[in-house]
Design a protein around this ligand. Structure first.
Ligand SMILES: Cc1cc2nc3c(=O)[nH]c(=O)nc-3n(C[C@H](O)[C@H](O)[C@H](O)COP(=O)(O)OP(=O)(O)OC[C@H]3O[C@@H](n4cnc5c(N)ncnc54)[C@H](O)[C@@H]3O)c2cc1C
Length: 417
């Protein structure tokens, strides 16, 4: 990895200041790089500090469309060796008879998506960023003040060597769910505490997942198992917050037994669990995506429930749509362009946020008779081909208004079919 930090003492002019080099900020920087824009990236952490690969590495499920975008950005060769394909998705409910199955072959594709370790994704992003001539990186550095007027944004940052100032025509905040930039610009959020935590760990079942991903709804919350290499699975187990400490502290043997009692034996008895981590779950959604010459992306725009692994897929879609719309803009902070961007992403974003919000609530309700209705719903989904196709197209990130990078591999030529 070869991204190096650069610092300037006086105000520096650029076209785009991007705050946050997480998965979303880094992806946008790469999508913007070929446009000849002068980009400054500010990241709070030293670049290169990332999880070490190993049994405990964290993973992200990428939709079919996200994989296409990574291919278009030239990233796929660097990550392909780490990827595990998803060829089947199996959705079920604990204590219910309905099951729904989604299959790549039925959809006429080789894979529905891919699971990638986060370290492989981040390394590939940072390697590629290190090759961009027009990119200046300030890391580690934090944004401390933001001012905007009609013509430009003025951004102050603070790093180990002191403060610096950048002027830009567009400011993109990809600085996480508790976005500093969003706060400095006075944009509020809608916040919903789920009262749930996600327990993340890698587990080894006795039967290799072989391209199968599982989503199992239990009364306490959904359990997702994603296929990984070496016959392992990435587990995302959603539990009530009150059970978080219990799930972290019980022995490995008890943990695996409790998991099996909820998930069942589709993959045989579980044999091993790695390090467990807890993520308290809160929906945080920015009230606006655009504020003057500033745009919010990724977790800074919407940190959603991980129930269906949609958060990064949604954010990547929006990042490359923004890059696509800026490709033909005279001024990257132009009000009409940013408003058109906001309008273009609004409907799909509402659907995905709504879905990720509704699923854990629907399957978490304990009213008599509802379990039966949900089972019938899953069964219905499995039997009704049209409904099922619509559902799986969503999971694959395919819709009528896909970004050009997912559709044609270039920043122009996509959009509405
Ligand atoms: C348990 C769990 C499982 C998930 N699984 C999936 C999945 O399978 N598929 C999927 O699509 N999505 C998944 N997601 C969602 C996905 O993780 C997020 O969508 C994604 O991480 C968002 O990335 P981001 O870059 O927007 O934010 P972040 O990862 O939060 O990055 C923000 C960056 O900004 C930097 N920063 C913060 N403040 C400042 C500042 N003031 N100045 C400069 N820099 C700053 C931070 O250091 C950080 O690098 C999951 C989420 C969870 C919680």
């Amino acid at each position: 990895m070869s991204v190096h930090a650069v610092r300037s003492s006086g105000p520096a002019d650029c076209d785009v200041v991007l705050v946050g080099a997480g998965l979303v900020g880094a992806a946008l920087a790469l999508a913007l790089a070929p446009q000849g824009l002068r980009i400054a990236l500010i990241e709070a952490q030293p670049l290169g500090r990332m999880e070490q690969p190993g049994y405990d590495e964290r993973s992200t499920a990428l939709s079919f469309a996200s994989v296409q975008i990574l291919r278009s950005l030239g990233l796929w060769p660097a990550v392909a060796a780490h990827a595990s394909p998803i060829r089947h998705i199996h959705v079920s409910q604990q204590g219910g008879f309905g099951v729904s199955r989604f299959d790549a072959q039925e959809m006429g594709v080789d894979v529905l998506g891919q699971v990638l370790p986060n370290h492989a994704l981040i390394s590939a992003f940072l390697d590629q960023l290190g090759r961009q001539a027009d990119l200046v990186v300030h890391a580690p550095a934090r944004v401390t003040a933001v001012h905007q007027d009609a013509e430009r944004m003025r951004v102050r940052g603070e790093g180990p060597n002191g403060s610096f100032e950048l002027h830009s025509r567009l400011l993109v905040a990809a600085d996480g769910a508790e976005s500093t930039v969003r706060g400095l610009l006075g944009v509020g959020v809608t916040r919903r505490e789920y009262g749930q935590s996600a327990i993340i760990a890698n587990v080894t079942p006795s039967i290799a997942p072989q391209g199968r991903a599982f989503e199992r709804f239990t009364p306490d919350g959904p359990i997702a198992l994603l296929p990984l290499r070496d016959a392992r699975c990435a587990l995302v187990w959603t539990l009530p917050s009150l059970a978080q400490q219990w799930a972290l502290e019980i022995s490995d043997k008890t943990f695996l037994g409790e998991l099996e009692s909820r998930f069942g034996r589709r993959l045989g008895p579980f044999q091993r669990v790695g390090h467990r981590q807890a993520y308290p779950l809160t929906l945080v959604r920015s009230r606006r995506m655009v504020e003057g010459r500033a745009v919010f992306l990724g977790n800074a725009a919407h940190a959603i429930h991980p129930v269906a692994g949609l958060g990064f897929n949604l954010a990547l879609r929006e990042a490359v749509i923004l890059a696509e719309m800026l490709a033909t803009a005279q001024d990257p902070g132009d009000r009409d362009v940013l408003e058109a961007f906001e309008q273009r992403i609004e409907r799909y974003q509402d659907q995905i946020v709504g879905l990720s919000n509704a699923l854990p609530r629907l399957f978490g309700q304990r009213f008599p008779g509802l379990g039966h209705a949900r089972s019938l719903g899953l069964l219905g989904l499995d039997l009704a081909p049209g409904l099922k196709t619509g559902f799986v197209l969503h999971a694959m990130g395919l819709d009528r208004d896909m970004p050009a990078l997912a559709r044609t591999g270039s920043l122009v030529g996509g959009g509405r079919p």
